[in-house]
Design a protein around this ligand. Structure first.
Ligand SMILES: NC(=O)c1ccc[n+]([C@@H]2O[C@H](COP(=O)([O-])OP(=O)(O)OC[C@H]3O[C@@H](n4cnc5c(N)ncnc54)[C@H](O)[C@@H]3O)[C@@H](O)[C@H]2O)c1
Ligand SMILES: [Fe+2]
Length: 387
């Protein structure tokens, strides 16, 4: 067996209603001034209504930065850092989907009094020096797993998405409260759920750092997500299904935090950057085509996942046959969830495909993890197939 190291968020609280006690968790962490980073949609959906009163009675000073947008820009990170400095924040809470949680991670680093780095200096792997402020994450989508990953993704310039990866970004605490996800709209539930499934699939087949703990988590994640994604999408108020989706997304996050994702994400990011297609949907659009491309190199592993997801419905026979069944199963799922399956249905133009392929080549941090090497020509062929 290969040597490996596995890290994750130190404390995980999973409890329906846990968010109502957020103030207690902040006080227990020793903070007097807390900046909560979120977005306007979360605020308008009333998700903070039962959270805020706890802060009045807890003698805590709470600042709210609610200007995070989907696929947050670097300017948004800078504005949130400024809000933290103005408040004199001693702790940061990310409250939302991956966008809010990722911004919160960077605020925790950049708003620390001892930080001498700028945001530009952080991009890439291992460039964050730390220390940072205490960091608690409350996910409201069952998708990115950002509450347990040492990763933040920022939109730089107009069209490019760049990653920051560092142990300093690993949150201290993840607080999972499935009640927060009950009102998540169907299309967001579906897309973010597919994102989580992709995290598990890509972690399981990664060319680097594949390890037995991530494998175990990826399989369990897929089992939970595959069983519950349709119910969570079509019957949003099913608390049981919502809870399992949240846990599945967390497991998938733990898996890929230690066994990194690959070409599905590398080809998804340009779709987010150029066409503002949400992260989960971007993944969903290229997923079947990347798996088909990878099959010659990864069929044995895909066959194992097909067995995990499809159980008795998985056909017997060769790994190739099982891989084909897995891809077909995923395509049917995407249709059943009501997600568009073609780039052309999401505003992508045919004459942009070459540019997208060139952009995807910039994502070498991810492409090196793919089980099969991807050239620019390959990327273009995959986009064409997805078009
Ligand atoms: N850090 C990581 O490890 C990691 C991994 C994958 C993706 N990402 C990044 O995360 C971002 C995507 O995050 P996301 O997919 O969670 O979406 P998001 O955070 O962008 O949120 C999407 C939308 O859903 C709304 N929303 C969220 N929760 C809601 C709820 N409970 N009820 C009603 N509305 C709700 C938000 O207001 C927003 O409009 C992208 O920037 C992506 O690159 C990060
Ligand atoms: Fe993702």
């Amino acid at each position: 067996m290969q040597d490996f190291t596995f890290s994750t968020t130190r404390t995980i609280v999973c409890e329906a209603g846990a968010a109502d006690r957020l103030a207690e968790h902040c006080r227990a962490a020793g903070a007097g001034r807390v900046l909560l980073v979120t977005d306007n949609g979360i605020l308008n959906a009333g998700l903070l209504d039962s959270v805020l009163p706890g802060f009045d009675s807890a003698d805590l000073r709470l600042g709210i930065f609610d200007r995070v947008e989907a696929d947050p820009k670097s300017a948004t990170v800078e504005a949130a850092v400024q809000a933290a400095r103005t408040l004199g924040a001693e702790m940061v809470v990310g409250f939302g989907g991956g966008s809010s949680m990722d911004v919160a991670k960077l605020v925790a680093v950049l708003a620390h009094g001892d930080c001498r780095q700028s945001l530009e200096e952080l991009y890439g792997v291992g460039n964050v020096q730390g220390p940072r402020l205490p960091l608690l994450q409350v996910p409201t989508t069952a998708g990115t797993g950002s509450e347990v990953t040492p990763i933040a993704i920022v939109t730089t310039g107009e069209t490019t998405k760049a990653g920051i990866v560092s142990p300093h970004l690993q949150p201290d605490t993840a607080l999972l409260d499935a009640r927060l996800t009950l009102g998540l709209p169907a299309h967001v539930t579906a897309a973010t759920g597919i994102d989580a499934m992709v995290h598990a699939i890509e972690a399981y087949t990664t060319a680097h750092k594949k390890n037995p703990i991530s494998d175990m988590l990826a399989r369990e994640a897929l089992s939970l997500l595959a069983t519950n994604i349709a119910t969570a999408t079509h019957r949003g108020f099913d608390l049981e299904a919502r809870g399992k989706m949240l846990l599945g997304a967390l497991y998938a996050g733990q898996a890929f935090a230690n066994a990194p994702v690959a070409a599905v994400h590398a080809l998804a990011y340009p779709l987010g950057g150029r066409f503002h297609i949400p992260h989960g949907l971007s993944n969903s659009l290229v997923l079947p085509h990347v798996l088909r491309f990878n099959a010659p190199a990864a069929a044995e592993l895909y066959a194992q996942l097909a067995q995990t997801i499809m159980g008795v419905e998985c056909p017997s026979g060769s790994a190739q046959k099982k891989t084909a069944a897995l891809i077909c199963w995923l395509e049917n799922l995407i249709a059943e969830l009501g997600l568009p399956a073609k780039l052309r249905d999401c505003g992508v133009t045919e004459d942009s495909l070459a540019q997208l392929a060139a952009d995807a080549m910039e994502q070498q941090r991810l492409l090196v993890n793919n089980p099969r090497m991807v050239t620019e020509q390959d990327a273009l062929a995959i986009y064409r197939a997805a078009f």
